[in-house]
Design a protein around this ligand. Structure first.
Ligand code: C2E
Ligand code: CA
Ligand code: CA
Length: 533
């Protein structure tokens, strides 16, 4: 990524980084406040329901007692009993005694038989009839509720049904189960009330939060204005916003830190090239049918001054982009020769593969450096293999020249990461190659039912037809190894055998393999000598 792009991405991610924590805190606070407000209303609705039920129950107790009474109807003792029960029942206004469908007497005295029995709007599970909007003759015009059981009814003040102490702004209503309003404590929004009477549920609309609670006899409704919720949200948001700001600062700081690192990476890389901060690791390459380690692939490592290691697939493209790759390749070649000279001179069967970058392939310059560096070392050119990926073959003509020169000089040339690009086949035929490295993705596919899996077998066949040696990359499991051995693939590398190793560890690994497998190839089936990077 170039500088303007990195800066644009930084600004974008910094904005996102700032927004996301604050938006998350706002969202979490809103949900919390809404949940708390809903819970509060739900509890209030349930308390109201309980209150309505208690008021009804006390009436019922009085009615049951009267129905059991054996006093002569409307006798002074009977009237006295009705009166004392009216006074002793909190929400009762009057008790009436009926005979033949007419009110004969009430707690206040005899009646002249004109008042008919009320028609109940609703029969409760206890068998009591409930009639709403009853206006007694002696009343003050307030509509009362009549609860009638057998021969008696009790008139009750509906206000008692919603007699609950609540938070300010909360409004309550109680209705019969068929949706007839019995009482409300302060007037509720009529549209909302009608909606809830028709279809009781809890929720929130543009202005109001509401909750309902219901049993067989009663429906209780509690509402509160949204302004309460917003006030509670604001208060909590003020409390939690420092967390959001901290998160935002951390995110923005992280983004800026990462992008500064990214922006300073080319400069850091240039310094690293100047200070020669690179060194090599060597990943053993194994001859699959003997188990012997026949060489290694050299892999560059960069130890940054801050103690971290950057990945080569990150800094190699960066070095190419910023014109540092030539100097880097020179150091790689120097390092490889310095590290491996003794081993290569002692054991002519060993080779070391060097990775060439795209520009190394197209310019051919690295080859001249290599030839110069090898001069006088007694290393045979055959002992240095060169690996090139398709990215280096974009200018096929120049690539062909470089590879031809390399082969003439005695080096073995391998196409790296084979199968990953689009036009691999075309290169296979046009370029002077000795070996083909099957990319790890095809090795990973072995034994799986992925779409890639059958391709591995075709690549092996193709390489054989073209007379190329095959190196399988990234072997991690004995099953992959068994498959490759069965398909007579020549060489392999991967964590199953060993991770990339520092020079001394690689030399030790090579000697140990030679001792172990040098004379007894059949031991090969159990390669459990993997050494950590
Ligand atoms: P590559 O040439 O394909 O190298 C193989 C990569 O696969 C290495 O990663 C190696 O550590 C890793 N590897 C090997 N066996 C296994 C395995 O069993 N499992 C897994 N998961 N990984 C395995 P590394 O060292 O990070 O190198 C990455 C790439 O950087 C190389 O890919 C190569 O393209 C480039 N590179 C490395 N060294 C050099 C160099 O000296 N010069 C140039 N031009 N490029 C280099
Ligand atoms: Ca390679
Ligand atoms: Ca590779």
């Amino acid at each position: 990524m170039n500088r303007p792009r990195i800066i644009a991405a930084t600004v974008l991610f910094a904005l996102l980084g700032a927004l996301v924590p604050i938006a998350s805190v706002a969202y979490a606070t809103w949900s919390r406040a809404t949940d708390a407000e809903h819970d509060r209303l739900q509890v209030t609705a349930e308390r109201t329901l309980l209150r309505a039920h208690r008021a009804y129950e006390t009436g019922l107790v009085a009615l049951r007692r009267l129905n059991q009474s054996t006093l002569p109807p409307c006798s002074p003792e009977h009237l006295q009993l009705m009166r004392s029960l009216t006074l002793g029942t909190r929400s009762a206004e009057q008790i009436g005694y009926f005979e033949d469908g007419r009110l004969r007497c009430t707690s206040w005295g005899m009646m002249d038989n004109h008042v008919p029995e009320p028609t109940p709007d609703h029969i409760t599970a206890d068998g009591a009839g409930i009639t709403l909007d009853v206006h007694p003759i002696a009343g003050d015009g307030t509509a009362l509720i009549a609860v009638k059981l057998d021969r008696y009814d009790i008139l009750m003040d509906p206000e008692r049904f919603v007699d609950v102490i609540t938070d300010p702004n909360v409004r309550l209503a109680v209705a019969s189960p068929d949706g007839r309003l019995i009482a409300q404590q302060a007037i509720l929004d009529q549209q909302l009330l009608q909606r809830l009477l028709r279809e009781p549920h809890s929720g929130m609309d543009g202005h109001t939060l509401y909750a309902t609670a219901q049993d067989q006899e009663w429906l209780a409704i509690a509402t509160a204005p949204r302004t309460d919720l917003i006030a509670s949200f604001r208060q909590q948001f003020r409390q939690f916003i420092p967390l959001g700001v901290l998160g935002a600062l951390a995110a923005v700081g992280g983004v800026v830190w990462l992008s500064r690192r990214r922006l300073s990476l080319p400069a850091e890389l240039a310094t690293a090239v100047r200070r020669r901060e690179f060194f090599m690791h060597y990943q053993p390459i194994i001859e699959l049918d003997t188990g012997i380690c026949i060489g290694a692939e050299s892999l560059v490592r960069w130890a940054r001054p801050d103690g971290t290691q950057a990945r080569p697939d990150l800094f190699i493209p960066l070095a190419e982009e910023h014109g540092l790759i030539d100097a880097l390749t020179d150091q790689v070649i120097e390092r490889v020769i310095e590290d491996m000279r003794d081993l290569l001179v002692q054991d002519r069967s060993v080779h070391i593969a060097i990775n060439l970058s795209a520009s190394d392939v197209s310019s051919g310059r690295a080859l001249k450096v290599l030839t110069r560096q090898l001069a006088g070392t007694d290393i045979h050119p055959q002992q240095i293999w060169l690996e090139a990926t398709e990215r280096g073959f974009i200018d096929v003509q120049r690539a062909r020249n470089t590879l031809a020169v390399a082969r003439r000089a005695g080096h073995c040339v391998a196409i790296d990461d084979f199968g990953v690009g689009y036009s691999s086949l075309q290169y296979l035929q046009q370029l002077p190659l000795d070996a083909l490295k099957i990319d790890k993705s095809f090795i990973d596919a072995i034994g799986t039912d992925s779409a890639t899996s059958p391709v591995t077998s075709h690549i092996i066949d193709m390489a054989k037809t073209l007379g190329l040696s095959i190196v399988a990359e990234g072997i991690e499991t004995p099953a992959q190894l068994a498959y490759l051995q069965a398909r007579q693939v020549d060489f392999g590398q991967g964590w199953l055998f060993s991770r990339p190793l520092p020079p001394d560890a690689f030399i030790a690994f090579h000697h140990q393999r030679l001792q172990q497998y040098g004379k007894a190839p059949e031991n090969m089936q159990n390669p459990n000598n993997a050494v950590e990077d």
